[in-house]
Design a protein around this ligand. Structure first.
Ligand code: FDA
Length: 582
């Protein structure tokens, strides 16, 4: 008979989502095993745009600085350039990822963390170290080959790829973090909505010193546009991996129109044509293929199984939401599993994972596809079409820059389309604005605050239950700390202000009753967390004497607008609701 290993949670996959789950579960002391098919973490850069919410998860894990040390910093990410090649004619430029003067303050006001650009091959080892430091059991080179579940548990069979040893893992729950071809999703029959294989691309990871062409217009993305190639037959898009000598060249192709030659020679020719300077030496490190999908799981939970990351949502890289959303899925799920397994919360708390994250996945998939449209318009506005000859293309570009009515019109049209592209490159509301509606949030009877600016472009901070705790800088021990640092670390937090002592006593009492950690914090003028600028007062929406109950994932579970006669009863009721205790 096959040997069997028992654990509480099996995590399948150790990409950004699986490693985040692994680290968080280990920190909470949950007995878990993480298996990953390959011998190590990602060997190529892949996803790279890392947004503020993902950085905040890394901050909670204590690895923000380590991630940042390996990353291209935010101030090197901002110039999106479109040109015929690096050495060739520049066609368009726009500020991205909040780097524009009109958006900088929005991004800075929203979070203690800046965005950064870091390839998965650099990010994953940091997450892996964190998981190991917390004591996680990670088994690389171990592939899930079979899985089933019943009311009592999950039964998985895994195979060690090196020796071929096969054994069973029996667990109470499983997290499918096994990416776009998820075995967990297919074997356990998760419902999926959408289509796979809607676009095709090749990633060419290469070294080439492009300092001369990139340093004066620093950015994460450089799009080349050449005669005869429209968006879907892209000439090539460069992702910066290391400034300014390491890149990933993404070549899109349409199998219905052209066969792509994946040889190093062919890709070297593509790189030469899009760099446009024969004196630049190019060294190819890796060539890999991927495809664009438009799929979201219709259920994120099925019995004892949960999907996180690409297993649950598969979409193009537009908006850079792939790995970010994956990390945040796990941040939502881990604390809930820890509480349920610890006997502190009812099973129904786990339903809130689907209720909260599935709509986010749906939005991300739809947003990423909607963002492809405005980017795809750019070649045509410049006069570049599929199938056109070099001369015809060059003449069209001359017209674009000419003192003619057509040139004037096209240039004006380009500015309009670049503005539409803000929904991809400066969609701060999409990046940060998730508000949850679920059993793990207690509505306070007030209507949701209306958006005062475009809700996709702008993040609207609010303490409305279900929203993310707003960031404000406050002072503690002569140090500047974020309100986001006042919470987290796997615990619930009650935040109150001047006159809110009753809530602090209630937090202690309720923590003892429920056996969960509820930290009491005071934020306000002259308090332990001193609201020196009055920023918290402007943003908190509740009275100083009111209270917020903040979940471990920094979302607001419940709020009381003011002091109440019996804070213990009020907080107890809120906690019972959130923890799904009958
Ligand atoms: P991810 O796919 O990263 O990890 C899944 C893990 O599960 C893998 O380590 C795999 O080995 C493991 N696994 C799978 N099946 C298993 C099994 N049966 N048993 C055990 N382990 C198993 N996104 C973007 O925004 N910009 C980009 O440019 C790109 N480019 C890109 C290129 C390539 C080649 C790929 C594959 C993907 C991209 N992406 C991307 C997508 C991005 O990488 C993706 O959104 C995140 O990696 C998702 O993280 P996950 O952890 O969910 O899955």
């Amino acid at each position: 008979p096959m040997r069997t290993v028992d654990t509480d949670v099996l995590v399948v996959g150790a990409g950004p989502s699986g490693l985040t789950a692994s680290a968080l579960l280990a920190r909470e002391g949950v007995d878990a095993i993480t298996v990953n098919k390959y011998a190590g973490t990602a060997h190529t850069p892949r996803a790279h745009i890392t947004n503020q919410r993902a950085m905040e998860v890394f901050r909670d894990l204590g690895i923000e600085e380590r991630v940042r040390a390996r990353a291209l910093p935010g101030d090197h990410m901002g110039d999106n350039v479109w040109a015929t090649s690096f050495a060739g004619r520049e066609l368009a430029r726009m500020k991205a990822w909040g780097a524009g003067i009109d958006r900088k303050a929005d991004y800075e006001a929203a979070s203690p963390c800046g965005m950064c650009n870091i390839g998965q091959h650099d990010l994953e080892p940091v997450l892996l170290d964190a998981a190991r430091d917390f004591g996680a059991d990670l088994r690389f080179g171990t592939e899930l080959v079979d899985i089933r579940q019943d009311g009592d548990g999950v039964y998985a069979t895994v195979r060690e790829r090196a020796g071929g040893d096969t054994y069973a893992i029996r667990s109470k729950y499983v997290i499918g973090a096994d990416g776009g071809r998820s075995t967990v999703a297919s074997e356990l029959g998760f419902g999926m909505d959408g289509e796979m294989g809607l676009g095709y691309a090749v990633n060419v990871w290469l070294e080439a010193d492009l300092t001369k062409y990139r340093a004066h217009r620093p950015g994460a993305l450089f799009f080349t546009i050449q005669p005869g190639r429209d968006f879907w037959l892209g000439a090539g898009t460069y992702i910066t991996v290391k400034p300014w000598n390491e890149f990933v060249l993404i070549v899109m192709y349409d199998p219905a129109v052209e066969q792509i030659d994946l040889s190093e020679e062919a890709m070297l020719a593509r790189a030469r044509a899009t760099i446009g300077d024969p004196s630049v030496e190019i060294r190819i490190k890796d060539i890999s293929q991927w495809q664009m999908n438009r799929v979201v799981a219709t259920e994120y939970r099925k019995g004892r199984a949960f999907l996180v990351g690409d297993a649950a949502h598969r979409h193009p890289p537009a908006n850079g939401l792939g790995s970010n959303t994956s990390v945040q899925d796990s941040f939502n799920l881990a604390w809930k599993l820890a509480l349920v397994l610890g006997g502190k919360a009812g099973e129904a708390l786990l339903d809130s994972y689907h209720d909260e994250r599935q709509p986010v996945g749906r939005q991300v998939v739809d947003r990423a596809w909607a963002s492809v449209g405005p980017t795809a318009k750019i070649p045509a506005i410049l006069g570049v079409r599929a199938g056109q000859g070099d001369e015809e293309g060059a003449a069209a570009l001359d017209t674009f820059f000419s003192d003619t009515d057509e040139g004037r019109e096209r240039r004006a049209r380009l500015q309009e389309v670049l503005a539409e592209n803000n929904y991809q490159f400066n969609a701060h509301g999409v990046e940060l604005g998730q508000r949850y509606v679920s059993g793990a949030v207690v509505p306070d009877g007030t209507p949701a605050p209306p958006y005062t600016r475009d809700e996709q472009l702008h993040y609207h901070p609010t303490t409305y239950p279900g929203a993310y705790l707003p960031h404000a800088w406050v002072e503690h021990d002569h140090r500047r700390v974020s309100t986001l640092d006042v919470v987290g670390d796997g615990a619930f937090t009650v935040i109150t202000g001047v006159g809110g002592e009753g809530w602090l006593l209630a937090a202690e009492k309720v923590a003892a009753e429920f056996g969960v950690t509820v930290v009491g914090r005071v934020v306000g003028s002259g308090l332990e967390y001193d609201d020196v600028y009055g920023d918290w007062a402007r943003i908190r929406e509740i009275d100083e004497r009111g209270a917020l109950l903040v979940r471990p994932d920094r979302h607001i579970a419940w709020r009381s607008m003011d002091r109440v006669a019996d804070p213990v009863a009020a907080l107890r009721e809120a906690m019972r609701h959130v923890l799904a205790i009958e």
